[in-house]
Design a binder for this molecule. Sequence first.
Ligand SMILES: [Zn+2]
Ligand SMILES: [Zn+2]
Length: 263
Amino acid sequence: MIVERIWAANSLRNFHYLIACEETGEALVVDPLDAGKCLDAARARGFGITQVLNTHEHRDHTAGNGAVVAATRARVMAHSDAAGVIGGVDRGLARGDVIKVGRTVELEVLDTPGHTRSHVCLLAHGDAPALFCGDTLFNAGAGNCHNGGDPALLYETFASQLARLPDGTRVYPGHDYFARNLAFTLDREPGNSEAAALLPAAETHDPATARITTLGEEKRINTFFRLQNPDVIAGLRERFPEIGERPDARTVFLKLRELRNRW
Ligand SMILES: [Zn+2]
Ligand SMILES: [Zn+2]
């Protein structure tokens, strides 16, 4: 499996991805916003785009569908419950579906509600596991729930699915919010030395070439995975004394999400 990350260089800081089969050159494009950049990247690498995958229905993840399809006649795929909103979807997806790209790539569909109610992530198994997580999980952060989402569902997705994936899984999110999210982790857990060490580079990096994290790393630097950390809980208790001395993970997650909304 070849993964090519394409930086949109827009104010929303979107990433697109090409996932290609090294044997056949067939490629799937994830969340095309800037279709021209996706098509140019595929051409430069000699890939033929045969499929388009939208992780969810927001326009910054779907706006390039039409132009990519017009240029390549690719099939469009999205969560079956998002297909009607997106329009032009050829294959509605559900949990457990498998997407094949060429001969060598198999991607499992995860049903991951929270940022919206109809959001999928793609999981590549094998020697180099990878997660294409749209706006569910970001580097050092979690998606917001402002536009059709639900924080309680987002917690369930984190706890029952993402946290259980192998630590070596590489993380490919839909946006670059790394620096801001690291700063929030440090606001909640000032003693997190690994997050502190990453912040200077994240503040000045070129997103096009920025580091790619693993889930194991996220569990150490992403406050939304650190729900039992004593410092995180102590900090929350200053703001929300009603959560008590031993809040459960769900309560901690929901309070962190609430704080991040206005931080
Ligand atoms: Zn979104
Ligand atoms: Zn987005």
